[in-house]
Design a protein around this ligand. Structure first.
Ligand code: SAM
Length: 286
């Protein structure tokens, strides 16, 4: 038994026969000290404490992170899980924390989170999740490309493969720098909080993971519309070895006037542009 009076995660996994399914990106955590560290790393992000916050969690699995969130005082957790076996396993956690955990069976890619959470009573919402690797990037892009900004959440604390984390925080002129770096950094502060070794998971993945935090920044006048920035960034990185005067033709108009207006050399390549350069360029397309 742990201090929450619930059985160890390994027992939950074997009792509910949660043999991991690759198709669902299942790698389960079992150490509540580690998940406690993840939960506490979200404290204070975006100016809100864990205790005051409503948490949106994707893929609670057998519940290692969910339990840590509740143990560390999260006001309420909404958890969306695709695997019905895990929903069953979480029933006991729900009972231990009456009224503080809602588990919803569904696909996080399709869910309207705001509708699901409903009235927050003015409380901040944090997204904290050990994401399934197969849909982690798609979910991040979903949350970073919301039209309404500041978004409905005050911070993101997410587990990714280390390589994806490095892409999110990458600087220009590096191999890891790309679409995800610009999306991650243009209107939020992105940081790697700490690494999580493969041995922390059941089954152990082949690679190291890391916890990434992203805190949204206020909209500023020099920030372009998200859908335009996305188009420019995608066109530029889709042909990252080509000069921008060529790669940006994919946008369907002569790129030279926009490059000139943004004060960017037409012979530059995507990976040489800073996030600020991309913002200026997208502004000139706007
Ligand atoms: N949070 C648990 C932990 O840390 O041990 C499990 C993490 S595991 C990497 C990812 C979880 O996401 C699995 O439980 C899986 O069933 C669930 N999942 C996969 N795809 C999903 C989706 N599209 N929507 C919601 N949950 C999903």
């Amino acid at each position: 038994m742990y201090e929450d009076g619930l059985p160890p995660l390994r027992d939950v996994i074997s009792r509910y026969e949660l043999n991991a399914r690759k198709s669902l990106g299942q790698n389960f955590l079992t150490d509540l000290n580690l998940t406690g560290k993840i939960a506490r790393s979200a404290n204070g992000l975006g100016g809100s404490s864990l205790k005051d916050s409503i948490i949106y969690e994707v893929g609670p699995g057998p519940g290692a992170l969910t339990r840590a969130l509740l143990m560390n005082g999260a006001h309420k957790v909404f958890a969306v899980e695709m695997d019905p076996r895990c929903i069953e396993a979480l029933a006991q956690v729900k009972k231990t924390y009456p009224g503080r955990l809602d588990v919803i069976q569904g696909d996080a890619l399709k869910i309207d989170e705001q509708k699901l959470i409903g009235d927050t009573g003015g409380r901040p919402v944090k997204i904290i999740a050990n994401l399934p690797y197969n849909v982690g990037t798609a979910l991040l892009v979903k949350w970073l490309t919301l039209k309404e900004w500041l978004p409905w959440y005050s911070s993101l604390t997410l587990m990714f493969q280390k390589e994806v984390g490095m892409r999110i925080i990458a600087e220009p002129r590096t191999k890891a720098y790309g679409r995800l770096s610009v999306l991650g950094q243009y209107r939020s502060e992105a940081k790697i909080m700490f690494d999580v070794p493969a041995r922390a998971f059941i089954p152990a993945p082949k690679v190291t993971s890391c916890i990434v935090s992203l805190t949204p920044r206020e909209e500023r006048p020099d920030i372009p519309k998200q859908e335009i920035l996305e188009k420019v960034v995608s066109a530029a990185f889709n042909q990252r070895r080509k000069m921008l005067r060529t790669s940006l033709k994919a946008l369907g108009q002569d790129p030279l006037p926009c490059l000139e207006a943004a004060n960017i050399e037409q012979t530059s390549r995507a990976e040489e542009l800073t996030v600020a350069d991309f913002c200026r360029l997208a502004k000139s397309y706007e």
